[in-house]
Design a protein around this ligand. Structure first.
Ligand SMILES: NC(=O)c1ccc[n+]([C@@H]2O[C@H](COP(=O)([O-])OP(=O)(O)OC[C@H]3O[C@@H](n4cnc5c(N)ncnc54)[C@H](OP(=O)(O)O)[C@@H]3O)[C@@H](O)[C@H]2O)c1
Length: 398
C-alpha cells in the first residue's frame, strides 16, 4: 500500500501513520511511520481516512467501528469482518453518515461492488455467478492442469500470497461465502449472515471427480451464484460446480476471479481480473481512497431504495455426488436419480435434491463424499411439478 500510494502522487493522499502488530518485523517504509497503538490513529483529528487491512476480524471490527464513530471514513479489505458484522456496519454508516468502502474485500482488483451499486442499480438483475476465491481457483487449476496434488497446490498458493493465513477459510469455502454475503446485499438487497448461506469448499474434491469432469468435457470450479426465481425470491449458494467449456467462468484460471452478470436487457456481462495478491488488492483500496475525495458512499440501493429480495429455499438442485460407500448416501432424499455408477472405483450418482435437504444436513460434506453441482443446476418448484406431471403422463398414470 505504501508503494502504491507513493507511485500515485495525483491522489494527494498522505500516509500519516501505520498501525501494525509486531514492531520487531522489518518494514520497507520509514520506522517513524509505525505504531502498535491503534488509538494514535483513531484519535488523531488530522487523519480523515482509516485504511484497515489486517487479518484479525475481531480487531478489524473494533477498529472500523471506532473509526466511523470518530468521524472518519473507512476503507477495509476484511471480508470476514464485513460478512460477520454487516447489520451493525450498515447501522453505523447510517448513524454516522460516514463512508465505509470495501471493494478489495470482494474480488480484489475487479470493481464488482461499485458496478452492482451504480450500474446495476435497478431491479433487473437476473443472476450473478462468480469465482470469488482466487486461492481455491489457483489450487483447482494446478491440480487439474498441472497434476499437482491438493497439498502441493495449497503450499504453492500460500507461497505466492494467494491464500489466507488460515487456509481453512479459503479451502472449505468460508471466504467465498463471506464475500457472497455482502455481494448479495449489493446485488439484491439481501442481508443474511454467512452461516445461512449454503456453501462448501473444494476440500472433498477427488482425483476421480476430475476424471469424470474430463470425460464430460467439463472443468470443476468453486462457483458462488445467485439467481432470481419465478417466485420473485433469490436462490443463492457457493458450491463446487462442473463448468462447460463455453461458460465464461471456464476461462478463469489460477488466482484470477471472474463474475458473470445477467440482466434484463444487456444479456450477459463478464468481469475478469486478479482476485488476490498484494498489488491487485492495493489497487482496489487505492480506488476506494480516491472515491472518498468526492464523498462517495455506498447507497445500498437494492436495500433502501427498492423492495429488498428474500432468499428462497423453494428450489431443487441437480447434483453429482461421488462417494466411497453407499452407506453414507441417503438415496431416498433425492427427488430422482439420473445416473448411478456403483461399479467404478469412485462411485457416483447424478440426481435432483431439494435445497432444504442440503441445508438441513451435512452428509454431503462428510465421509469423503464430494458434491458438485451440474452446469445448469437450478430447478424451480414450478418446473419440478411440471416434470413430475409429465413423467406420470408418460407412465400412463394420469
Ligand atoms: N492477500 C490478499 O490477496 C487479500 C485480498 C483481499 C482482501 N484481503 C484481506 O486483507 C486483510 C489482510 O490480509 P493480508 O493477506 O494482507 O494479511 P497479512 O499479510 O497477514 O497482513 C496482516 C497485517 O495486519 C497486521 N495486523 C494484524 N492484527 C493487527 C492488529 N490487531 N493491529 C494492528 N495490525 C494488525 C499485521 O501486522 P504485523 O505486520 O505487525 O504482523 C500485518 O501487517 C485480510 O482481512 C484479508 O482477508 C487480502
Amino acid at each position: 500500500m505504501y508503494k502504491v500510494l507513493q507511485q500515485t502522487p495525483s491522489l494527494k493522499a498522505e500516509l500519516k501513520k501505520v498501525c501494525i502488530k509486531h514492531p520487531e518485523k522489518k518494514r520497507n517504509a520509514p520506522a517513524s511511520l509505525f505504531t502498535t497503538d491503534k488509538d494514535v490513529l483513531l484519535n488523531d483529528p488530522e487523519i480523515n481516512v482509516i485504511v484497515e487491512v489486517i487479518d484479525d476480524a475481531d480487531a478489524a471490527y473494533e477498529i472500523v467501528s471506532a473509526a466511523l464513530q470518530n468521524e472518519k471514513d473507512v476503507v477495509s479489505a476484511s471480508k470476514k469482518m464485513i460478512a460477520e458484522h454487516l447489520p451493525q456496519l450498515l447501522k453505523l454508516q447510517q448513524e454516522t453518515g460516514h463512508s465505509l468502502l470495501y471493494e478489495s474485500a470482494a474480488c480484489a482488483s475487479i470493481p464488482v461492488i461499485r458496478n452492482l451499486e451504480e450500474y446495476y442499480d435497478n431491479d433487473l438483475l437476473h443472476s450473478i455467478k462468480a469465482i470469488v476465491n482466487g486461492s481455491t481457483n489457483f489450487i483447482l487449476t494446478k491440480m487439474f492442469e498441472e497434476g499437482l496434488d491438493f497439498k502441493q497446490a495449497l503450499i504453492l498458493a500460500q507461497q505466492l500470497g494467494f491464500a489466507e493465513s488460515n487456509p481453512k477459510l479459503d479451502v472449505e469455502g468460508y471466504d467465498a461465502a463471506n464475500k457472497w454475503t455482502f455481494l448479495l446485499t449489493h446485488a439484491y438487497g439481501i442481508v443474511e449472515s454467512p452461516e445461512n448461506i449454503l456453501f462448501n469448499g473444494i476440500q472433498n474434491i477427488q482425483a476421480g471427480d476430475a476424471v469424470v469432469a474430463k470425460e464430460k468435457n467439463h472443468q470443476i470450479k468453486l462457483v458462488a451464484q445467485a439467481k432470481k426465481l419465478q417466485n420473485g425470491k433469490v436462490a443463492a449458494f457457493v458450491l463446487p460446480q462442473f463448468v462447460k467449456p463455453d461458460d465464461h467462468l471456464a476461462f478463469v484460471k489460477n488466482e484470477y476471479n471472474g463474475v458473470v452478470i445477467e440482466s434484463g436487457f444487456a444479456d450477459k456481462q463478464f468481469f475478469y481480473g486478479k482476485g488476490a495478491g498484494s498489488f491487485p488488492t492495493a489497487s482496489a483500496v487505492l480506488s476506494d481512497i480516491s472515491a472518498l475525495r468526492y464523498q462517495y458512499k455506498y447507497e445500498y440501493k437494492k436495500l433502501y431504495h427498492h423492495k429488498p429480495h428474500e432468499l428462497s429455499k423453494d428450489v431443487y438442485l441437480k447434483v453429482y455426488v461421488s462417494f466411497d460407500d453407499l452407506h453414507f448416501i441417503p438415496r431416498e432424499r433425492f427427488e430422482w436419480l439420473e445416473e448411478w455408477h456403483a461399479l467404478e472405483e469412485r462411485k457416483y450418482l447424478v440426481g435432483v435434491i431439494s435445497f432444504e435437504e442440503l441445508q438441513k444436513d451435512t452428509w454431503w460434506k462428510e465421509n469423503n463424499t464430494s458434491l458438485i453441482l451440474t452446469p445448469d443446476p437450478v430447478i424451480e418448484d414450478i418446473e419440478l411439478r411440471k416434470l413430475r406431471k409429465k413423467s406420470l403422463e408418460l407412465a400412463g398414470l394420469i
